[in-house]
Design a protein around this ligand. Structure first.
Ligand code: NAD
Length: 506
């Protein structure tokens, strides 16, 4: 990373097309804004239709040779990439913290969770193996090949600008595909730094391309005839649109979408551990995690813990992400701030009890920042907007029910299925929960159960469209197609068995 980075040249991001960083010819730009200060950090171009086409065509051309690159060569690029990410992590974390607002520790975590996927990509030699069975009929063998599918596209959200792009392009590319990445227009600088590192690691020209923009670029990718697969992570509204549009155009699609994650607390849980976990999971990263806990269901006497929950939440320090000791940074944009404040107001109007109000927080030195402090509602009903909609801010809703069965029914009645947690000391209760709960990712005394990359991210129901997850073994299936080969070899002494008109192999 010796050359000036594309993010540092004139503060207008470039596109990466066929191995070259190019200035977009667009007339449409958007400022990249530090959410703690409103300082403009750079500008992101909204690529033209011709530029999107050029990026996809470059990937299409590069696929012909990349698909035949030996697996060891692909793996060694990922080994180099993981070393480079490790080396440059502190610097990328600073950029990420500035453009996204999360704390430095969280920014490093964002990069690290993506790095783990790159590490896993280094196991591609065993992950991409097919199967082989001999003698399926006399002298006949059958085997499967997992072959790359072609040009894949990735569309990513603002909340994990390092981790989520790293869920996508390393696994797609290591499987032998080529890739066009479209990061969030709100915080694309850290993603661009990772793409720069991928080039330095040895990814050849055209194999990885980067375009910037919004709806038009996304729609252009979802409908481009050379794109074979689209991986999307973002809101439910956009994910549903992407899934439908790309699906109608014959693409393989996966969409990881919005959430409303419930934690269920039984009265036998370890009180201190549980409350600490809930506060961290609800208010950390300013509640802008797709796996954040946004609803707590207190069962029976656990309802009495609300005052302690409030006291802990009040202790959290709201400040700019780069300031030492910060627990809760700003939300990503003014628009996000207004949306969160509007939803809090709707909760009050609809009769919920605002036990802790984080609106109006002013941080000395950062008076312009998009801050909302930890906010706690009790007396919440399931018909209220604050319960039905994803708030994506530091707002925690508390509901109380009499029995464990009622809690399970309540969680299962919510349309989202990203993640859930149960807090208890009872193995029997935990076993019942993991069996009966209809949510794709379950934590037992773990509030944010995001699986490590040896598994897959397995959100379900309203939080996901498509059957395969975005990393782990499942994504190897997503980024490859199975070819089944059935073979029979004759040697010179084979006896002529005559014509076989049946469908059976003999
Ligand atoms: P978003 O849906 O607004 O944006 C995601 C991507 O879609 C961005 O790249 C954006 O440029 C693009 N986009 C925006 N509007 C579009 C449109 N009309 N047509 C086509 N493309 C469009 O999401 P966001 O606000 O960046 O991210 C937050 C959301 O992502 C939350 O709902 C969160 O739950 C979800 N999320 C889900 C997961 C998961 O794994 N389930 C992970 C992270 C975030």
């Amino acid at each position: 990373m010796n050359a000036p980075l594309p993010t540092e040249t004139g503060h207008t991001l470039k596109l990466l097309i066929n191995g070259q960083w190019v200035a977009s010819k667009t007339e449409h730009f958007q400022d990249i804004v530090n959410p703690a200060t409103q300082q403009v950090l750079g500008r992101v171009p909204f690529a033209t239709a011709e530029e999107v086409d050029a990026a996809v065509n470059a990937a299409h051309q590069a696929f012909a040779s990349w698909r035949n690159t030996p697996v060891g060569a692909r793996m060694r690029i990922m080994l180099k990439l993981q070393a480079l990410i490790r080396e440059h992590s502190p610097r990328i974390a600073k950029v990420l913290c500035a453009e996204q607002g999360k704390t430095l520790a969280d920014a490093e975590g964002d990069i690290f969770r993506g790095l783990e996927v790159v590490e896993h990509a280094c196991s591609i030699g065993s992950l991409q193996m097919g199967e082989h069975l001999e003698n399926v009929a006399g002298g006949v063998d059958t085997y499967t090949l997992r072959q790359p599918i072609g040009v894949c596209a990735g569309i990513t959200p603002f909340n994990f600008p390092a981790m989520i792009p790293l869920w996508m392009f390393p696994m797609a590319i290591v499987c032998g595909n080529t890739f066009v990445l479209k990061p969030s227009e709100q915080d694309p600088m850290s993603t661009a730094l990772l793409v720069e590192l991928a080039l330095e690691a040895g990814i050849p020209a055209g194999v990885l391309n980067l375009v910037h923009g919004g709806k038009e670029v996304v729609d252009g990718l979802c409908t481009h005839p050379h794109i074979k697969a689209v991986s999307f992570v973002g809101s439910t509204a956009v994910g549903t649109h992407v899934y439908d549009l790309a699906g109608q155009h014959g693409k393989r699609v996966q969409a990881m979408m919005g959430a409303k994650n419930h934690a269920v607390v039984l009265p036998d849980a370890n009180r201190e551990q549980t409350l600490n976990a809930l506060v961290g999971a609800a208010f950390g990263a300013a509640g802008q995690r797709c796996m954040a806990t946004s609803v707590v269901v207190m069962v029976g006497e656990a309802a009495e813990w609300v005052d302690d929950l409030k006291a802990l939440a009040q202790k959290l320090k709201v400040n700019a992400g780069h300031e030492p000791g910060t627990d809760v940074g700003p939300v990503v944009s003014r628009r996000a701030l207004e949306r969160v404040q509007g939803l809090i107001a709707s909760g009050v109007e609809e009769g919920a009890v605002l036990a802790l109000d984080g609106r109006g927080v002013v941080v000395p030195g950062y008076e312009q920042g998009n801050f909302v402090g930890p906010t706690l509602f009790t007396g919440v009903r399931t018909d209220m907007r604050i319960y039905r909609e994803e708030i994506f801010g530091p707002v925690l809703l508390v509901l109380s029910v009499a029995t464990f069965d009622e809690a399970i029914a309540l969680v299962n009645a919510n349309p989202f299925g990203n993640g859930t947690g149960l807090f208890t000391q009872s193995g029997a209760a935990a076993r019942k929960f993991q069996n009966e709960i209809d949510i794709g990712q379950v934590g037992i005394n773990i509030p944010i159960p995001v699986p490590v990359p040896f598994f897959s991210f397995t959100g379900s129901r309203g939080s996901k469209l498509g059957d395969l997850g975005p990393y782990g073994k499942q994504v190897v299936q997503f980024y490859t197609q199975t070819k089944t080969v059935t073979t029979r070899w004759f040697d010179d002494s084979s006896v002529n068995a005559g014509v076989n008109t049946t469908i059976h192999l003999r």
